[in-house]
Design a protein around this ligand. Structure first.
Ligand SMILES: NC(=O)c1ccc[n+]([C@@H]2O[C@H](COP(=O)([O-])OP(=O)(O)OC[C@H]3O[C@@H](n4cnc5c(N)ncnc54)[C@H](OP(=O)(O)O)[C@@H]3O)[C@@H](O)[C@H]2O)c1
Length: 253
C-alpha cells in the first residue's frame, strides 16, 4: 500500500487511491488513516481505555476538537454523562470495542491494569498507529510491590513496552493533572508544554500533532527510558512552559 502512496503525485491523488480501497476506508475515520498515513488536520478515531478523571478530560478535548472518540471502561453503561458532556463526536463502548475502533488508543487506567490489557488486547494494540500511555504506577493505588518492580525494570516507559510488545508507543500527559488539562487546553498566549517520551519516530510525530491540536506544546524529553520521569512528583510534573521543560529535561540522567 505504501507503494501506491509513492506513486501518487499529490494529496488529491492519494485520496482517490485510498477511496478506491473502499473496504479499508470503512475501518478508519479517513482513508489516510486506513493507509497508515496521516495528514495535518486529519480527524483520527481516538479510543480511551479508562474514562475516569484523566481519560474523560483527554477524550473530551479530542471530541471537542472534532475527532471521533470512544470512551471505554469495564462499565461503559456508566459513561452516559461523560459522553453527553463531550458532545456529538463522543460515544462509549467496552474495552474490546474501543480497541477495535481506535486508530489512536490512550491507556488511562491504574497502572496495575496494564499487564492484563496487554494480555487481552496486545495483538490488536500493536496494529494501531499510536498508543499513548498516560498511566502511572502509584503506590497508594497500585501497591508498593508493583511500583518497586516498575522502578527496577527502568520505569513505566520500558515496562509498558514490555507488557504490550510491538505497539507504537509514546508516554505523554502523565504529569499533568486532569483539571489543569481542561483549564490549559487551547489557552491564549504561550501554550503549556506536554513532555513526552518515545522511541518510535512516526508515533512521536502523530502524538505531537494531536497534542498541538488541543492547544498544548509537545516537548520530547527522550526515549522510553525517560518515561520514568513522566509521573507526578518529578521535576517534569505539573504545568511548565516548553522552555522550562527543555531546561529540566537537559538535566535528566
Ligand atoms: N487524575 C489525573 O489528574 C491524572 C493525571 C495524569 C495521569 N493520570 C494517570 O491516569 C490513570 C487514570 O487516572 P484517573 O485519575 O483518570 O483514574 P480514575 O478516575 O480512577 O479512572 C480510572 C479509569 O480506568 C478504568 N479502569 C480501571 N481498571 C480497568 C481495567 N482493568 N480495564 C479497563 N478500564 C479500567 C476505570 O473504569 P472501571 O473501573 O469502570 O473499569 C476508570 O474509567 C492513572 O494511571 C493515573 O496515574 C492521572
Amino acid at each position: 500500500m505504501t507503494n501506491f502512496l509513492w506513486l501518487a503525485r499529490d494529496r488529491r491523488e492519494i485520496l482517490q487511491l485510498a477511496l478506491a480501497g473502499g473496504a479499508l476506508g470503512a475501518f478508519s475515520a479517513t482513508p489516510f488513516a486506513a493507509l497508515g498515513q496521516t495528514m495535518a488536520g486529519e480527524k483520527m478515531k481516538i479510543a480511551t481505555i479508562g474514562a475516569g478523571r484523566e481519560g474523560g478530560a483527554l477524550g473530551t478535548l479530542f471530541a471537542k476538537a472534532g475527532h471521533p472518540v470512544m470512551f471505554s471502561s469495564r462499565k461503559p453503561e456508566e459513561l452516559k454523562d461523560l459522553v453527553a458532556s463531550a458532545g456529538p463526536m463522543a460515544r462509549a463502548g467496552t474495552v474490546a470495542e474501543a480497541v477495535e475502533f481506535g486508530d489512536v488508543v490512550f491507556l488511562v487506567v491504574p497502572y496495575a491494569a496494564i499487564e492484563q490489557i496487554g494480555k487481552d488486547h496486545g495483538k490488536a494494540l500493536a496494529g494501531k498507529q499510536l498508543v499513548i500511555d498516560v498511566s502511572n504506577p502509584i503506590a497508594r493505588r497500585d501497591g508498593d510491590d508493583l511500583v518497586k518492580s516498575v522502578e527496577q525494570q527502568g520505569g513505566a516507559g520500558l515496562v509498558t513496552a514490555k507488557l504490550i510488545p510491538g505497539v507504537h508507543l509514546v508516554r505523554a500527559f502523565n504529569a499533568i493533572n486532569f483539571a489543569a488539562l481542561a483549564k490549559d487546553a487551547n489557552r491564549a498566549g504561550d501554550p503549556v508544554a506536554i513532555p513526552m517520551a518515545g522511541d518510535d519516530q512516526k508515533a512521536i510525530e502523530l502524538a505531537s500533532r494531536l497534542i498541538k491540536e488541543i492547544g498544548f506544546e509537545p516537548v520530547l524529553v527522550g526515549g522510553l527510558d525517560k518515561g520514568k520521569y513522566l509521573v507526578p512528583g518529578t521535576p517534569l510534573g505539573g504545568e511548565h512552559t516548553p522552555a522550562e521543560i527543555r531546561e529540566i529535561a537537559a538535566k535528566l540522567s
